[in-house]
Design a protein around this ligand. Structure first.
Ligand SMILES: [Zn+2]
Length: 110
């Protein structure tokens, strides 16, 4: 037996759904974890002892009750993370490497 925070699972699940259709947010691990942490700080925790049979029902009940709050907290968190990303600049380097090929091999000396 162990205890789990159902809210945590719901936030992760909802974030995945949002990131799946909205491509404007970074979905690297760092940004995802930052978004989840920020959202969870503003949502009530839902700790329960895990009970395999009942876990799913409980999760659904919490989801129905808090879905709107979860979505709006994730949306807020995504905006903050997008504005102040703490990942290393990986996405930008992809574009930058393209331009290296255009450097013309001109000779300055004869
Ligand atoms: Zn990122």
């Amino acid at each position: 037996m162990e205890y789990r925070n159902y809210m945590e699972e719901l936030v992760m699940e909802t974030l995945d759904q949002i990131l799946a259709y909205s491509k404007k947010y970074c979905n690297c691990e760092r940004c995802r974890l930052d978004t989840i942490s920020l959202a969870l700080n503003n949502l009530p925790p839902m700790y329960c002892v895990s009970d395999v049979g009942r876990a799913y029902k409980k999760l659904k009940a919490v989801e129905i009750q808090f879905k709107t709050d979860i979505v709006s907290e994730i949306a807020k968190a995504l905006k903050i993370v997008k504005k102040y990303p703490r990942h290393k600049k990986k996405t930008q380097t992809l574009k930058a490497t393209r331009q290296h090929h255009t450097s013309s091999p001109k000779r300055k000396k004869n």
